[in-house]
Design a binder for this molecule. Structure first.
Ligand SMILES: [Zn+2]
Length: 368
């Protein structure tokens, strides 16, 4: 029973309620107490307390009113008390039921609000990675050659000496093998394996697989036993190119390279070829492009020459066709290989190639 309602513990006689008006006044007081109490109910717990306090079978306010006011009444007062009690009961029961519905509705609304997503709230920013500068450069180079009709092919990084050397016109003990400091895989002698020193083995694998015409580029990792310094890594990325068909000439080669240099370094970049030697091309050339740092005027990066070496290349040596079953009298072609990491640092003016492999996010974030 609510603590502030001691009057329901007393009889009407004790309360001095000897007229219907005084009885009605007592009921009015109880009702106003109830109205305050029902307004104060805010949740399921306080609602249960209210219900038990007023409708409880033994100690509820209405039970006490019945026991203390109605039952002891004499015939003169009983009708007024009975009427007052009925009205009070009707009011209390309907108000408690009404309050229950309100509290349930509020709870449902709160639950729905908790599930609702507020799109106006600021988002949680997640640190997203970006493509590495080397990957970006690889893809940029790939796109240029894709436009020329080259296909992109992929090959194994662990190779047999046959594909890495022999089929590229370098028999065992050929001095040209010393051009590359090779990592040998620790395998028994007849099954010797190497980490490929260049992407050129895929020239052989591609031509073995298909008859001419061939137009492919081969992006991938290569390995050389170099001591790392500002311009050397022992693992780096190459893109190999190979074009073989019935009448490909040196002019086709030069035009292809010039197109690439214009697309990659800008229309004002020029190219020049210097004679060179590779076992699997004849003639062979080093390709230089205008230094992008000084635009050809001469600077520290180009050692004051105005030129930067960007790739090794040449016409495919006819001896190579013999390894893949092509007829050297019918086909001709050119091949080239470029260091992607080196091109990336030249293009973006980075003076130490090793930062590409250190994965310092402060560096990587500069190339989103
Ligand atoms: Zn320069």
């Amino acid at each position: 029973m609510p603590e502030n309602l001691p009057i329901v513990e007393q009889t009407l006689e004790q309360l001095g309620a000897d007229t219907p008006e005084r009885v009605a006044a007592l009921f009015a007081k109880v009702r106003s107490e109830f109205d305050q109490a029902v307004t104060a109910v805010s949740d399921e717990v306080s609602w249960h307390v209210l219900r038990d306090g007023w409708l409880g079978r033994k100690a509820g306010v209405l039970a006490l009113v019945t026991d203390n006011w109605l039952k002891p009444s004499g015939p003169a007062m009983k009708p007024a008390v009975g009427r007052g009690l009925n009205e009070l009961r009707g009011h209390v029961e309907s108000a408690i039921e009404e309050r229950r519905k309100q509290i349930e509705a509020q709870a449902a609304e709160r639950a729905a609000a908790a599930e609702r997503i507020d799109f106006s709230l600021p988002g949680v920013e997640r640190a997203l990675g970006t493509r590495h500068l080397v990957r970006q450069t690889l893809e940029e180079i790939e796109r240029i050659f894709l436009r020329l009709g080259f296909a992109v092919v992929d090959g194994p990084e662990i190779e047999t000496p046959y594909y890495n050397f022999e089929a590229l016109n370098m028999p065992e003990f050929h001095p040209a093998r010393d051009m590359w400091d090779t990592f040998y895989v620790d395998t028994p002698a007849p099954n010797q394996l190497v980490l490929r020193t260049h992407t050129s083995p895929m020239q052989i694998r591609t031509m073995e697989r298909q008859p001419p015409p061939v137009r492919v580029i081969v992006p991938g990792k290569v390995y050389r036993r170099d001591n790392p310094d500002a311009s050397h890594l022992f693992m780096f990325h190459q893109i190999e190119g190979l074009a073989v068909d019935n009448d490909i000439t040196f002019a086709d080669f030069k035009g292809t390279i010039e197109f690439f240099v214009h697309e990659f370094l800008g229309k004002s970049a020029r190219t020049r070829l210097r004679p060179s030697y590779f076992p699997f091309t004849e003639p062979s050339a080093e390709v230089d492009a205008t230094c992008i740092v000084c635009s050809g005027r001469g600077c520290r990066v180009c050692k004051q020459t105005g030129w930067l070496e960007i790739m090794g290349a040449g016409m495919v040596d006819p001896a190579v066709y013999g390894f893949v079953g092509y007829d050297p009298k019918k086909v001709s072609g050119f091949a080239f290989g470029m260091g992607v990491d080196r091109l990336a640092i030249l293009k973006y003016g980075i003076d130490d190639i090793q930062v590409l492999m250190q994965n310092d996010v402060r560096f990587l974030r500069q190339f989103p």
